[in-house]
Design a protein around this ligand. Structure first.
Ligand SMILES: C[S@@+](CC[C@H](N)C(=O)[O-])C[C@H]1O[C@@H](n2cnc3c(N)ncnc32)[C@H](O)[C@@H]1O
Length: 346
């Protein structure tokens, strides 16, 4: 079976990988873009995941679809890093790279490297631009040594004219399934694993901070090439997501005590007094409610993802306590700045 046939086996028509701008990629990427492609918080997450998953002491790394930053943190001490991308000036400005290769993966998915050259192949916020992704994944696996790591990281930002149509139309879950499908189509890759980080606060000096959106989400998908030596350390991502704060019994106890503690059951922060906006549409009888305004509260953090799964992309919710009926509820928010104008100083 050819690899192109495997792409078809993913069940996707060729139009799924069409783009608004089908001109030569070298034209679009000929313009230098020495810019961060995610906010600084998300880039820190990217570096932590890369650093956590690379267990080799002196790895030889291929950064596929590289630019001016390879996001290698201080815990990674590579023996050698090769960067393959489309813009030579961006690649030459990348201090992590020992070698630069300009190569168009959409024109030619075959990689110009010998079999089993690398310990790690990285692909950061770029897989959405590949028109023949399963072929590129198979090539990445070919150039990995047995037991080597293929790590793809993605987010929800992209150059819209160059992204493939299926990616543009997909939800985060569907994008994850798509990348897992690319990995799964390659018989020399082992089981696929993934992790996600959503909803962290966006740095206040970020160019999009005024929008009140959380930090860009980061999703990582990885697998090892099969046949690695036995007894190697298992690759585990760093613990980045404060998903659960306590066991369910402890959470129930904290919720029952909120009327006395006025502490958020999820993060422990003091709930702020919040004046209910008085409009003809207000459904609460109370003049004041209590709301958690901690932007790092796990309840809010996981809410962005939970709401997206329900079709409400761009929303999360804050923990609200109603002193009238002594119940905790969710208060939906479209941004981190929403609702703050009604906080009452005490
Ligand atoms: C959003 S940037 C990400 C750059 C880098 N990986 C990072 O994390 O900052 C997308 C990169 O993909 C590269 N790229 C896009 N299309 C490509 C193609 N057809 N072949 C090779 N590289 C490509 C571009 O050169 C660009 O640097």
């Amino acid at each position: 079976m050819t690899i192109a046939a495997r792409d078809r086996l993913l069940g996707l028509p060729p139009s799924a990988f069409s783009r608004d701008d089908e001109s030569d990629d070298r034209l679009f990427y000929g313009t230098d873009r020495m810019v961060p492609h995610l906010d600084a918080e998300a880039l820190g997450v990217v570096a932590s995941i890369i650093g956590g998953l690379i267990t080799e002491e002196r790895p030889v790394i291929l950064d596929l679809m590289a630019s001016w930053d390879s996001h290698l943190g201080p815990s990674t001490a590579p023996a050698r890093v090769v960067g393959l991308g489309l813009n030579r000036r961006e690649l030459e400005a990348n201090p992590a790279l020992d070698e630069v290769v300009v190569h168009d993966l959409n024109a030619e998915p075959a990689l110009p490297f010998a079999d089993q050259t690398f310990d790690v192949v990285l692909n950061t916020v770029s897989i959405d631009y590949l028109t023949r992704p399963a072929e590129v994944v198979a090539e990445a696996a070919r150039v990995l040594r047995p037991g080597g790591l293929l790590l793809v990281l993605f987010s929800n930002r992209f150059f819209p004219e160059k992204v493939v149509r299926i990616w543009r139309e997909a939800t985060t879950d569907q994008r994850l399934a798509l990348v897992e499908g690319y990995f799964g189509s390659c018989p020399i890759l082992g089981p696929t694993a993934s992790c996600e980080v959503h909803g962290r606060p966006r740095p206040v000096d970020d160019r999009y901070a005024a929008l009140g959106l959380p930090s860009d989400p980061v999703v990582a998908v990885w697998a090892e090439r099969t046949g690695g030596p036995p007894g190697r350390p298992v690759r585990r991502p760093p613990e980045l997501e404060p998903w659960f704060v306590c066991d369910p019994d402890e959470l129930a106890r904290r919720k029952a005590a909120v009327g006395d503690t006025l502490a958020c059951p999820f993060c422990g922060d003091r709930l702020r007094k919040w004046a209910v906006p008085q409009t003809p549409f207000t459904e609460w009888d109370e003049e004041y409610l209590r709301v958690c305004f901690n932007d790092r509260c796990p309840y809010l953090l996981r809410g962005w993802r939970a709401m997206e799964r329900q079709g409400n992309r761009g929303f999360s919710y804050r923990l609200m306590f109603n002193p009238g009926n002594r119940c905790c509820l969710s208060l939906p928010v479209p941004s981190l700045s929403a609702l703050r104008e009604s906080i009452v100083d005490e």
